[in-house]
Structure formats: C-alpha cells, structure tokens
Design a protein around this ligand. Structure first.
Ligand code: SAM
Ligand code: SF4
Ligand code: SF4
Length: 370
C-alpha cells in the first residue's frame, strides 16, 4: 500500500502506562474530543480484512485486484485483542458507534469472537456491513455473539445486473436469502445499501423500492464516490440523490423526516403511505464534511481521519511496542485534535469550478473500510 505515513506525535515521552481497565480514566469523562473544525469523534469504522470474495466494479475492479494482488499477510492484521483495545479507548473518547467492515468482514476467521468482545463494550452500538454472500450461514451466530443490526450491500434485484456489479457471477438469490435469514435472526431492521452508477444499475432503483416497500428493511441509495484510485470514477456516472428521490416519488410519494442523530449521513425520507422509509447518501452532490464524526481503523492498524485520506497514522507500532493505554489514548486524542479533513467539500467546489482534481493516490475503500 503506497501511502504516506504521517508521523505521530512522540507519545513515548508522555504519561506513563496504566492498566487497560483504567483507560477510561485517562480520558476526561464526557469531555468529547474536538477536531480543528469543532467536530466530535462519534463513529469508528474498523476494517477487519482487506480481502473480498466480490470484485464490485466501483470498489475492487478486477483489473486492479487481480489474482496477483498483494493482500496483507496475516501477521500484518491487527489481532482481535488489539482491535478490542483500540475500540475501548475510542469508546472512552466518546465513540458511540462501531461498524465492522472491510473488505468482506465475514471472511475474517471467527469474526463472531470479535463481535462478542466488542459487544461487551458499554454504551457502544455495534453494527456490521457485509455483501451478504455468507449471511445465511452466519446470521444466527452473529446475533448470538451480540450483534444487533446488519447493513447489506445490494446493488440490483435482477440477477444479470447484480452479477455484473459484483463481477464474480454471484447470484442475487443467495444474498436475498441472507437478508431474510438476518431479519429472522433478529438483526433488524436490515439496512440495504445500493451504490447507484448511472447507466449501469439506475434502472434497478424502482424494482428495489417495489420489492422492499413495506418490508421493514431500509433501502439506502449511495452516490457513486471517487474513493481510492482504481475505479476510474467520473462525475458523469454519478446519479445525484435528488434525482433518485424524484424518481421514487413519482411512484411512491415521499416526505422528509428528521435525522435520527446529529451527523447522520443519510438523508431520510418516508413513504407517505406509511410503509417505511428510505435513505439517500449524497456524499458527492451534498458534502457533509462539516458534520463528519467518523474515523477509520484500517486492517493493519492505521488510523484514517477521512475516507479520502492519502495517509494514515500507525497505531499498530504503538500497540506492539508495549505502550500502555495512556500513551495510546493520548496518541488517538492528538490525531483527532489535529484533524482538518473536508475532502468532499473541496472536491465539490473544484467540480463546480471545473478544476482538475489534484493528483495523488488515495486509499482504497476495501482496505480502509467503507
Ligand atoms: N464488503 C462489504 C460490503 O460490500 O457491504 C463491506 C465493505 S464495502 C467497502 C462498504 C460499503 O462501501 C458498501 O456498501 C459498498 O457498496 C460501499 N462502496 C464501495 N465502493 C464505493 C464507491 N465507489 N462509492 C460508493 N460506495 C461504495
Ligand atoms: Fe467487496 Fe464490499 Fe468492495 Fe464489493 S463493496 S468489492 S463486496 S468490499
Ligand atoms: Fe468525512 Fe472526509 Fe467524507 Fe468529508 S470527505 S464526509 S471529512 S470522510
């Protein structure tokens, strides 16, 4: 991974190590951590593997993620114990939501054990995003381990388009079965993420709404983003959320509803007939950087303060060098306090002004976690 490493502040000279259970005491309770733009840290996304059994054309195109792609060796990955330790420190810093992602998180061996460890952290909502291919077999075990909800990516209902999007010929029927199994196991409401690529799967929007309208599941339409450097993104392939809402409203009248919490990224709309709600994530056309409360922990233990970052902060080195929780908590606090990211806002301004995008290699979503 050819990323630029931003050096950490030298925490070796800071406060001495203390036992893990006292980590919360290192952080002032309720103080909340603010970045350079006054944003609190609330959401931690953890990528637990950079591998995936799909090759979605917008995320891991086969041309780049081919047979010889150098995925991370096992020893490079954070262990479950290391992940739990970082998660507890973030919870002490005010993180309220943790999402396991990847790559495909259900490919990580014994992920249920990790779920059990993270579900035991007080005051934190734990969720997981998956492509759904393995859910039928795993849903009950995940629920038993303490997972409350699951988000499943589903880019079309018709088999032909679905196979074209995942590019490994995976049948949609198996994912639909996984969704039904997850709901039956109590991982509900299931959120369903559809990345819309204009001219590729936009014809699948209405069939999806017709199918899930009244089901209790929440469909969310995501604007195709310029994450990473391999998907060949261009603005012409983005279908703005406003168009998605207009299209759906013609058949299923919609009205807006308030966000569940400050900083929620999905714009919420409900069916006027009372049959549920949908969400739109307008990362491209309506940047929400000003309320972005997310931080990402990569598979090999680097912290990224923005989805579009060109470099991360190495936590694994600190974890493996024997630093105590006080050092780690201080390092995490420094990283967040220095955060000034607002990539989408800047990209939007550049697109409007018709400026060329600044060159530079961004981190792939499968590695940093979507
Ligand atoms: N493999 C899992 C899955 O697909 O749900 C989890 C990881 S995936 C990177 C997380 C989310 O990122 C998925 O919902 C996926 O659709 C979304 N995603 C990936 N590439 C994207 C892109 N270029 N634009 C918008 N969303 C993207
Ligand atoms: Fe895999 Fe998810 Fe990326 Fe698709 S979006 S290639 S399922 S990590
Ligand atoms: Fe947050 Fe970066 Fe996305 Fe802006 S571009 S919303 S700062 S992750």
């Amino acid at each position: 991974m050819n990323d630029r490493i931003i050096p950490l502040i030298d925490v070796r000279q800071s406060v001495p190590a203390i036992p893990r259970e006292k980590a919360a005491a290192v952080v002032q309770p309720g103080a909340g951590l603010l970045d350079q733009r006054g944003r609190r840290v609330r959401d931690l996304r953890i990528s637990i593997t950079d591998r995936c059994n799909f090759r979605c054309i917008y995320c891991m195109p086969k041309t780049v993620f081919g047979r010889d792609y150098p995925f991370l060796p096992r020893a490079e990955l954070l262990s479950f114990e290391e992940i739990e330790r970082v998660a507890r420190l973030f919870a002490a810093h005010g993180v309220e939501k943790i999402r396991l992602t990847g790559g495909e998180p259900l490919l990580r061996h014994q992920v249920e054990r990790l779920v059990e460890m993270l579900a035991a952290i007080p005051n934190v909502e734990l969720t997981l995003t998956t492509n759904g291919s393995l859910l039928t077999k795993r849903a009950a075990g995940l629920r038993a381990a303490g997972l409350k909800r699951v988000t499943v990516s589903l880019d079309a209902l018709d088999d032909e388009t679905f196979r074209k999007m995942n590019d490994v010929d995976f049948p949609v029927a198996q994912v639909l079965e996984g969704i039904a199994t997850a709901a039956a196991a109590g991982l509900a409401p299931v959120k369903l993420n559809m990345v819309v690529k204009r001219g590729v799967n936009d014809h699948a929007i209405l069939p999806m709404v017709r199918y899930f309208h009244g089901s209790g599941h929440i469909l969310r339409f995501i604007e195709y983003m310029d994450v990473g450097s391999s998907n060949g993104w261009c603005m012409d392939e983005v279908l703005p959320s406003a168009e998605v809402v207009r299209l759906i409203s013609e058949e299923f009248p919609l009205e807006t509803i308030n966000a569940n919490y400050a900083g929620e990224v999905a714009g919420r709309w409900r069916f006027r007939d009372g049959a549920g709600e949908i969400g739109v994530i307008s990362s491209v056309t309506q940047a929400f950087c000003s309320s972005c409360t997310r931080i990402r922990l990569s598979t090999e233990g680097k912290l990224y303060t923005c989805l579009f970052a060109q470099g991360g902060h190495d936590l694994r080195g600190l974890l493996r060098d024997g630093h105590g929780d006080a050092d780690l908590a201080a390092a995490i606090g420094d990283i967040w306090r220095q955060r000034d990211d607002r990539y989408s806002e800047i990209r939007k301004a550049a697109t409007v002004a018709n400026l060329a995008e600044e060159p530079g290699k961004k981190i792939e979503m499968s590695y940093i976690g979507g």
